[in-house]
Design a protein around this ligand. Structure first.
Ligand SMILES: Nc1ncnc2c1ncn2[C@@H]1O[C@H](COP(=O)(O)OP(=O)(O)OP(=O)(O)O)[C@@H](O)[C@H]1O
Length: 247
């Protein structure tokens, strides 16, 4: 497995305007991720996507550093992106060709000789049950089909690390199960953010984020149980007269 290291990495935005303090999206974080399946969970806006983007050099840390197998994301983003594949929540950010077959073939242009690309693309599409949809306009595919297509495009080039931002958001139950099986069978290290707690519980390690801080770091079942308790406590009405207790 790869070694993803955060060394005091933090993200603050807005301070560059010089008008007072900026907003901290991610507080300084120091940890190493070497497990095979890692999930990041937490409320909307807690900083999950920000953390993931640091790993693929899509976001620069404003303090500290992030390295993947010793390569600093700020110094060598090209090498980072050849090792780390990023699957966005919104597949339209990923799919740029008219059909999935063309998109997968295009993604193979640097790693596979031209004469082998068609066969490799067919193999990848088949693995995701996308063969029947491969030549249809991507605009005619359902959102879930596009999301699986985006995953196929990224996996086609065999990145060492796969980063997925909420991969099951648009998927129905059948495709969620297909995604789970596919992720379980991958050789790659997988780092994902998700609101699907079953998916998270099946991971080797889960980080729970709250307001840009890691508040729990445990195995899947323990971290998910912690997060459920935390959400439950947050929803419980406070004693009469306390903030949020109502009038
Ligand atoms: N460039 C930016 N400038 C200012 N604020 C930002 C910027 N990027 C993200 N944010 C804010 O930072 C917070 C964390 O965003 P992030 O996308 O990491 O959250 P998230 O945990 O992935 O949320 P969700 O579950 O809704 O996808 C959000 O409140 C977001 O509005």
């Amino acid at each position: 497995m790869s070694r993803i290291a955060f060394d005091g990495a933090a993200v603050e935005v807005g301070s560059e305007t010089g008008r007072g303090a900026g907003r901290t999206l991610l507080h300084p974080l120091t940890l190493e991720l070497t497990e095979r399946r890692i999930a990041v969970i937490g409320a909307n806006g807690s900083g999950k996507s920000t953390l993931l983007k640091l790993v693929d050099a899509l976001q620069e840390p404003t303090a500290g550093s992030v390295t993947v197998d010793g390569v600093d994301t700020r110094h060598d983003p090209a090498t980072i992106r050849s090792r780390v594949g990023f699957v966005f929540t919104d597949p339209s950010a990923q799919l740029i060709m008219p059909t999935l077959r063309e998109d997968v073939t295009l993604s193979l242009r640097r790693s596979v000789p031209r004469r082998e690309r068609a066969a490799r693309a067919a193999e990848v599409l088949d693995r995701f049950g996308l063969t029947a949809l491969a030549d249809q306009s991507v605009f005619d595919l359902s959102a879930g089909e596009r999301q699986l297509g985006a995953l196929a495009v990224v996996l086609a080039v065999g990145p060492a690390v796969l980063v997925l931002d909420e991969p099951s958001t648009l998927l129905d139950l059948r495709n969620t199960l297909l995604l789970r099986r596919t992720l379980a069978a991958l050789d790659q290290q997988v780092l994902m953010s998700t609101h699907d707690l079953d998916l998270a519980a099946a991971c080797d390690r889960v980080l729970v984020l709250e307001d840009g801080r890691v508040i729990a770091d445990d195995d899947g079942p323990a971290a998910v149980a912690f997060y459920r308790r935390r959400c439950d406590e947050g929803l419980r009405p406070g004693p009469p007269g306390s903030t949020g207790g109502g009038s």
